[in-house]
Design a protein around this ligand. Structure first.
Ligand SMILES: C[C@H](O)[C@H](O)[C@H]1CNC2=NC(N)=NC(=O)C2=N1
Length: 91
């Protein structure tokens, strides 16, 4: 089981485009049109399934909000930080 990271560790390691919100990390991606956001959500869903670590994805008009936390561990772990980087690589 992965270690829950301290707030300081998360703030230190989290990429600039993401932010910490309590026990979650969050990023809102913006797109030129709605279906680009839908396609992106499908892409990152594939990545999540490959990693077997799953985000909360909210699809809005031209925006996709992604939230990550490690439910079993009860906080933010390396798994969440890794997935954030993998998701950003799908852009
Ligand atoms: C049984 C448990 O749900 C699974 O091991 C996986 C599935 N995907 C998961 N995703 C996330 N974000 N956190 C988990 O703890 C998690 N656990």
């Amino acid at each position: 089981m992965a270690e829950v990271l301290s707030d300081a560790d998360v703030d230190d390691q989290l990429s600039e485009a993401w932010s910490r919100d309590g026990d979650e990390i969050v990023r809102v991606y913006e797109f030129d049109d709605y279906l680009d956001g839908v396609a992106f959500a499908a892409d990152i869903g594939e990545v999540a399934e490959e990693e077997f670590h799953h985000p909360e994805i909210t699809i809005r008009y031209k925006k996709v909000e992604v939230r990550l936390t490690s439910h079993e561990e009860g906080g933010i772990t390396e798994k969440d930080l890794r997935l954030a980087d993998l998701f950003d690589a799908e852009l």
